[in-house]
Design a protein around this ligand. Structure first.
Ligand code: ARG
Length: 460
């Protein structure tokens, strides 16, 4: 019996502690499917190149089918002593089919194998995430379409700025998530390249057909430098960067939902199933889901820092450091997927309290810019109009009323050109309708954007 997994070279077994420290099987077993797929593509090529026999290939295929079955059924016995997913599967294969199993690793190293597995796995996850981003965007477009005419105060510096359509506000997030999907699509192109065939670091002496393996695996091309192929984890960092940005968008959205749900805003209600109560304060309904999402954003950004730091001091080519890429990457994928899924559902359960939002928009002189624009149309230079309206706002503050509640005679005191039609622009709806430039908050514009998004999202 061998004292350890490697070879006759080793004179003593690993201690239990070192085994636990170096093994990755209890987290990298989630690469099993990708590992099997990669191995089958490699074996198919080895046979086509006459490096192994047709019988060997058939044996490998049969063995792998059984292993897949065992993994699916949960009966596959993962062994810590076999270190990782790759050695576990290979050992079982050899147990099942004998010599053919031992030939599988011809012209291959775990270094190009693991890089291939992670890429294959991540490609699949990116496609799932893309679907989840579409679902979330659809949910946002739906709530936008139901609230085009709902007005809330738009803020800058969290001070009331100008009235905006709630639908418009939701579509701002649709833009962010659309960019996230676009970014992931771009990352996917660089994920989808094949390291296999680079072997340990320098290539191999066998006449491998790397392009064939790339085609079998649906990859866009092969990595062109063997040293880079086995040691590059840019693709994982890029993915985690894109995921971090997506979580930042989720986090900003969460912050707004939390604010809007507080009694002092009261703009929305999120469905009870996304909130929790307090163990001491009977009146509480806390927005735990958006709060947690805001918190989990820190965790994903942390993974980005972890991965990027993991790489910074590594000499070429493969180093065992790289085994540490997996847990942050896996956790990033899990966190992002769960978050997107729960947000798509939660958005569908938001109740918009239009009256409260509109009442809030009436505070804070949100139509002051409209009054200035009105005066500009009467011929005043904008800077003078700005100054005039500042006086009008000051007067309204001292009367504790809105601009629209100042009598015409008072307004005319600030500028004699002001006429009765001024009240049209001082209303929230007048203000909203007037912002009819492309990308503006006028309902007509918002409707156009909704139509564009609906078309785009259903085309996918
Ligand atoms: N479990 C390893 C990893 O995740 C596989 C590659 C190990 N290669 C090696 N030569 N030790 O990176």
């Amino acid at each position: 019996k061998k004292s350890q997994a490697w070879s006759a070279l080793f004179s003593e077994p690993m201690s239990e502690l070192v085994q636990r420290y170096t093994s990755s099987v209890f987290f990298d077993k989630r690469l099993a499917q990708a590992d099997i797929e990669g191995s089958l593509a490699h074996a198919d090529m080895l046979a086509a190149q006459k490096i192994i026999s047709a019988q060997d290939l058939a044996d490998i295929q049969r063995g792998m089918a059984q292993i897949q079955g065992e993994i699916d059924a949960g009966s596959f016995e993962w062994k810590l002593a076999l270190e990782d997913v790759h050695l576990n599967i290979e050992a079982r294969l050899t147990q099942l089919v004998g010599d053919a199993g031992k030939r599988l690793h011809t012209g291959r190293s775990r270094n190009d194998q693991v890089a291939t597995d992670v890429r294959l796995w991540l490609r699949g996850e990116i496609d799932l995430i893309d679907g989840l981003l579409t679902d979330l965007q659809k949910a946002l477009v739906k709530i936008a379409s139901e609230n085009v005419d709902a007005i809330l105060p738009g803020f800058t510096h969290l001070q009331v700025a100008q009235p905006v359509s709630f639908g418009h506000h939701m579509l701002a997030y649709v833009e962010m998530f659309a960019r996230d999907a676009e970014r992931l699509g771009d990352v996917r192109r660089r994920v989808n390249r094949l390291p296999l065939g680079s072997a340990a670091l320098a290539g191999t002496t066998y006449p491998l057909d790397r392009e064939r393996v790339a085609r079998t695996l649906g990859m866009e091309g092969v990595c062109q430098n063997s040293l880079d192929a086995v040691s590059d984890r840019d693709f994982a960092i890029e993915f985690t960067a894109a995921a971090s940005l997506c979580m930042v968008h989720i986090s900003r959205f969460s912050e707004e939902l939390i604010l809007w749900m507080s009694q002092n805003f009261g703009f929305i209600q999120i469905a009870d199933r996304f909130t929790t109560g307090s163990s001491i304060m009977p009146q509480k309904k806390n927005p735990d889901v958006p709060e947690l999402a805001r918190g989990k954003t820190g965790r994903v950004v942390g993974h980005l820092m972890g991965l990027i730091t993991l790489m910074k001091g590594q000499p070429l080519a493969y180093n065992k450091d790289n085994q540490e890429d997996k847990e942050p990457l896996f956790d990033t994928v899990d966190t992002l997927k769960d978050t997107l899924r729960i947000f798509a559902e939660m958005v569908g359960g938001i109740t918009v309290k239009k009256d409260a939002m509109e009442a809030a928009a009436l505070k804070g002189y949100a139509t002051a810019t409209d009054l200035a624009d009105y005066l500009v149309k009467k011929g005043l230079p904008f800077r003078d109009a700005h100054e005039t309206v500042a006086h009008a706002v000051k007067a309204a503050i001292s009367h504790a009323c809105d601009l629209s509640e100042l009598p015409l005679s008072v307004l005319q005191g600030f500028n004699p050109g002001i006429e009765k039609d001024v009240y049209d622009v001082l209303s929230l709806r007048g203000s909203l309708n007037a912002r009819n430039t492309l990308g503006g908050t006028a309902p007509a514009q918002v409707q156009q954007q909704i139509a564009r998004h609906q078309k785009r999202l259903s085309a996918g």
